[in-house]
Write a protein that binds this ligand. Sequence first.
Ligand SMILES: Cc1cc2nc3c(=O)[nH]c(=O)nc-3n(C[C@H](O)[C@H](O)[C@H](O)COP(=O)(O)O)c2cc1C
Length: 393
Amino acid sequence: MVRFVTAGESHGQGLVIIVEGVPAGLPIDEDYIGVHLARRQKGYGRGGRMLIEQDWAHIISGVRHGATLGSPIGMSIENRDWANWEEAMSVRPIEGEPQSPRSQRVTRLRPGHADLPGAMKYAFDDVRNVLERASARETAARVAAGAVALRLLEEFGVAVHSHVIAIGGIRAEPPAPIDWQAVEESPVRCADPHAAQLMTAEIDAARDAGDTVGGIVEVLAENVPIGLGSHVSWDRKIDGRVSQALMSINAVKAVSIGPGWDVVHKRGSQVQDVIEPVTDPERPWQRSTNNLGGTEGGMTNGMPLAAQFAIKPIATLLNPLPSVDLDTGGQVQAHYERSDICQAPPACIVGEAMVALVLAEAFMEKFGGDSLPETRRNYQSYLQTVGPRQVYQ
Ligand SMILES: Cc1cc2nc3c(=O)[nH]c(=O)nc-3n(C[C@H](O)[C@H](O)[C@H](O)COP(=O)(O)O)c2cc1C
């Protein structure tokens, strides 16, 4: 089973990642993971931190001579800003009076963040104890884990892409097919260049007003084999698993498989994806459309898996909202911590990572194998059964 765990505070020494269940013999290196980490750091509307951090995942276990060993893959990502936080985030107790202003307790609660529920739940009198881990810095660790999953899926021809569909009130009309290289080059990861211009202007306007904007992202996984996930139990359904993974990303407020809410406005005949007669044994079970985002009954159906998610406007505002103080309960302005204006473009890369991790987990569940050749044999022998029953058994 592919699973992963992350650890690390936003201004601590760094992030730690363990990915387990990857078969032996998968070629992987730090450069490959670095490409995805760099993609997460791009995007119009990011804050100052992206200039400080150039994330790099050091592989510390589970890989030898450029290939996985089948053992847990351990990685660490250094926080380059650590030097400025050594006292404030010290693991050991601080001797005497703290010297750094950063060591001062944070008590001005920020609405829209984990601050208030986290402080109550864990009985803290310093909100920093909550915000450090609740910060989306953790998503860098997810991207490193996701890169391992992407590398595995690539071996089987699965490609995962993402693009921004909306920022604020501006909605893209992406061309079909999407030019993924153009998306990589777009400052807002938008496939529609005209909408991209309006989106950057919208981000500028929000910044000028001391405000923030949210957006909608689509993640697409192509060449996913038919039959990942299962209809037999609620927690095995692939659409449910993808949704949970995407909803767990910081600030995500809605997830859909395919266009989601939009299907309600259509009739049944306009929504189902009609199955075409099998003419090419190499590509059985094609559909004329992919309205339902590549899943039926909790299983992938051989069409691209398409999931969308809505990300709320960032809660930390340059013009802070009125809030209350944790100590007194009296009114104050919310605490300000260096912040982005729009996180939809980087959230794309986090979304890719989460979808890849779910698909890799479902893939290994279906095909198993302790080594890549064994997984490949299992995969290929399954593909030989996927077709009209009079031809394939
Ligand atoms: C890639 C990414 C970057 C983010 N950057 C910021 C940020 O700079 N400032 C901020 O206030 N929130 C940021 N967020 C959102 C917060 O982490 C999130 O809103 C907060 O943890 C509360 O979680 P919730 O909205 O899911 O309840 C970011 C989210 C993502 C996915």
